[in-house]
Design a protein around this ligand. Structure first.
Ligand code: S3P
Length: 168
C-alpha cells in the first residue's frame, strides 16, 4: 500500500470500528488519532477538553496526525473534527486517500446516545447539537476522495469488505 487510508466522518459513524477491521483485512497497521492523543497526554479526550480546551486539543490533533501520516502507510481513523481544519485536509491529501463514512442523524444518534464520552455532546440538547454539526460539517466531509454509506446494519466485517471493493 502506497498511501494511507484515512477515515473521516462524524462521531458514531464507525471510523474506529470499520477502520480497524479494514486494516485487519488489508494486513496493514491501524492507528486511531484520538487514542494516540490520549496516550501522549496520559488523559482522555474529555479530560483534555475540560482541562486545556478545544483549541489545545485541535493543535495536538494536527501534530499527531502529521506524525502518523509520516509513518508507513496504513489505515488511520481521525476524530470527527479533524477534517474540518484546512491544514489537516492538506496533510491527509498529501499522503492518503480520504474516506468519509457517511451516516444520517438517526443512525449516529442511535450509536452515540448511550455513551457520554463525547465532550461536544455534553449539551442540554445533544441530538440538536449532533444535527447542527451534521449541517456544518457535511459539505466539507463531501470533499473526501471516497464517500462510503455507513448507515447499513451490515456487520463490521461486511462493511470493511464493501469498502475495500469500493476503493479498488
Ligand atoms: C470530535 C470527535 C471525537 C473527538 C473529540 C471531538 C468532533 O472523535 O476527537 O471528542 O469534533 O467531532 P470521534 O469522532 O472518534 O468520536
Amino acid at each position: 500500500m502506497k498511501r494511507h487510508i484515512v477515515m473521516i466522518g462524524m462521531m458514531g459513524a464507525g471510523k474506529t470500528a470499520v477502520g480497524s477491521e479494514l486494516a485487519r483485512q488489508l494486513r496493514v497497521n491501524f492507528t486511531d488519532s484520538d487514542a494516540e492523543i490520549e496516550t501522549a497526554a496520559a488523559m482522555s479526550v474529555s479530560e483534555i477538553f475540560a482541562r486545556d480546551g478545544e483549541a489545545f486539543f485541535r493543535d495536538r490533533e494536527t501534530q499527531i496526525l502529521s506524525r502518523i501520516l509520516q509513518g508507513r502507510p496504513g489505515v488511520v481513523s481521525t476524530g470527527g473534527g479533524a477534517w474540518m481544519q484546512a491544514g489537516n485536509r492538506e496533510l491527509i491529501a498529501a499522503r492518503g486517500l480520504s474516506v468519509w463514512l457517511k451516516c444520517d442523524l438517526a443512525t449516529l444518534w442511535q450509536r452515540v446516545r448511550q455513551r457520554s464520552t463525547r465532550p461536544l455532546l455534553r449539551t442540554a440538547d445533544p441530538k440538536g447539537t449532533l444535527a447542527r454539526l451534521i449541517e456544518q460539517r457535511y459539505p466539507t466531509y463531501a470533499e473526501a476522495d471516497i464517500t462510503f454509506d455507513a448507515n447499513s446494519n451490515d456487520s463490521i466485517e461486511t462493511a470493511a469488505r464493501r469498502l475495500i471493493a469500493q476503493i479498488r
